[in-house]
Design a binder for this molecule. Structure first.
Ligand SMILES: Nc1ncnc2c1ncn2[C@@H]1O[C@H](COP(=O)(O)OP(=O)(O)OP(=O)(O)O)[C@@H](O)[C@H]1O
Length: 246
């Protein structure tokens, strides 16, 4: 059985999609079969970040009852072992798909993949809750700012109460400002394990624009190395032996 892991945060723009895309490609490089799911049903962009700009069947069609989940899974041959379930961006699909169907729609994926990574909307609204409750385990994504840490902690507390396992948090965009909260202080505040510190890195943003996650776009960059370390950490805590292949 695979792992259903959501990428979540209290605030928008912390880097959930970037972490989901890079973690997916990094785990694929480490030999695991991964599907990345765009569960941000109103502001979808995961598939674009992973180099796919058009999809005939999306998670919205599945939620609307017009397609099966298998029909919405696309292989990304440019990355080893990586698949994506895209979301629609047009308004018609967005208003017709009910996010509350996500948990039962995504649950069967863990029979087919080692990792199911669910890119969630920020916050605690019904669309975000439905996406997050589709997972069994959670990776919190925060920036090194006090308000972001506080809001992300709140989400973590709610999800823990709901029975999900909090694997830990990713401190993303570290080094962007002189006032950044340092990793040890962030870990003390969050009260969950620090899985990785991802530096602020131009190569990450460039990779996003190119549709090539930085672990493939610039594998020797500091950002790429940090994402590979995150993937090894996730392998370890998931009980897989992490072998270094890069
Ligand atoms: N470590 C980083 N260094 C530099 N740029 C980054 C880093 N992490 C993310 N970014 C950039 O920040 C922007 C927002 O990231 P992303 O879309 O992943 O955030 P998000 O949390 O998914 O946003 P939303 O809440 O809107 O879905 C993107 O342009 C991305 O390239």
């Amino acid at each position: 059985m695979g792992k259903l892991i959501s990428l979540v945060s209290g605030k928008g723009g912390t880097g959930k999609t970037t972490v989901a895309a890079n973690l997916a490609v990094a785990l694929g490089k480490l030999g695991k079969k991964v599907v990345a799911v765009d569960a941000d049903l109103t502001m979808a962009n995961l598939s674009l970040v992973m180099g796919m700009d058009d999809a005939s069947v999306t998670i919205h069609d599945v939620l609307m009852g017009d397609a099966s989940i298998d029909e919405a899974i696309y292989s990304l041959p440019q990355f080893e072992n990586v698949y994506v379930i895209p979301a629609a961006v047009d308004w018609e699909h967005v208003i017709k798909a009910d996010p509350r169907g996500l948990p039962e729609t995504l649950a069967p994926l863990k029979e087919k993949f080692d990792f199911v990574l669910i890119d969630c909307p920020a916050g605690l609204q019904v669309d975000a809750m439905s996406a997050m409750l589709s997972s069994e385990e959670v990776i919190l994504v925060t920036n090194p700012e006090i308000s972001c840490i506080a809001d992300t902690m709140k989400v973590g507390i709610v999800l823990k109460k709901a029975g999900l396992a909090i694997l830990g948090f990713v401190l993303n965009r570290y080094g962007r400002s002189d006032n950044d909260i340092p990793p040890d202080a962030a870990a003390e505040a969050m009260e969950v394990p620090l899985l990785a510190v991802i530096p602020e890195d131009r190569a990450i943003r460039e990779g996003t624009l190119e549709g090539i996650p930085v672990v493939v776009y610039k594998p020797n960059s500091e950002g790429a190395k940090a994402f590979m370390e995150l993937a090894e950490q996730v392998m370890r805590i998931s009980g897989f032996k992490a072998k270094v292949m890069y």
